[in-house]
Design a protein around this ligand. Sequence first.
Ligand code: FAD
Length: 193
Amino acid sequence: MAGFYGSKKENKLGMRCSDTACLTLDNVRVPASHLIGKEGEGFIQALQILDGGRISIAALSVGLAQGAFEAALKYSVERVQFGKRLADMQAIQFKLARMSMEIDAARMLTYKAAWMRDNGMQFGVAASIAKLYSSEVAVRTSEEAIQIHGGYGYVKDYPVEKYWRDSKLLTIGEGTSEVQKIVITRNLLAELT
Ligand SMILES: Cc1cc2nc3c(=O)[nH]c(=O)nc-3n(C[C@H](O)[C@H](O)[C@H](O)COP(=O)(O)OP(=O)(O)OC[C@H]3O[C@@H](n4cnc5c(N)ncnc54)[C@H](O)[C@@H]3O)c2cc1C
């Protein structure tokens, strides 16, 4: 369409396999036949799409965290330092235990939100909780995965630095962590009245 074009491609920290660019609409005329949904309900539709999208971001977060965890677990049994495997050091065991526990909790919250949606229930708050928790678990887990790899975690020979860079977007896209907290608390307060 005349006036619609892609412009600057963003140079991103992570998620580099997915291009992000500005879409410019300059005096674009859109015919009525292109209307999606009902007139005047666009904002509500956008919010509904966000609710569903938050479950997707939660699932993406769980998968990313699981990948980072598995890489760290594998490395911890391969790397021998000061005469023993990393996995035999209690400080590393504590990290692995926390990572595993948090991923499990994130997965359950994500399944819960998806189950509520599948069963026609109000799932907005459950989606926000799943998205908030899972995305922050993805950031924490991938950061710990780098720590367990030591210096190798910081170089591109191993996958964990990528997990970390990719994870950060999950706390921003589809509503930031702060916005999820606003949604959750707004619901808590509404239940009081
Ligand atoms: C590569 C990329 C892809 C993206 N893809 C998507 C996507 O597909 N879908 C999607 O929905 N979003 C996506 N996003 C996120 C979206 O584009 C915005 O970045 C996001 O909604 C935050 O808005 P903002 O950047 O204007 O930040 P701002 O609104 O300026 O916020 C800046 C900071 O202030 C905080 N803040 C803002 N308002 C409040 C408030 N009222 N109370 C407390 N804290 C507040 C924010 O949480 C944040 O920490 C993507 C972002 C990037 C970088």
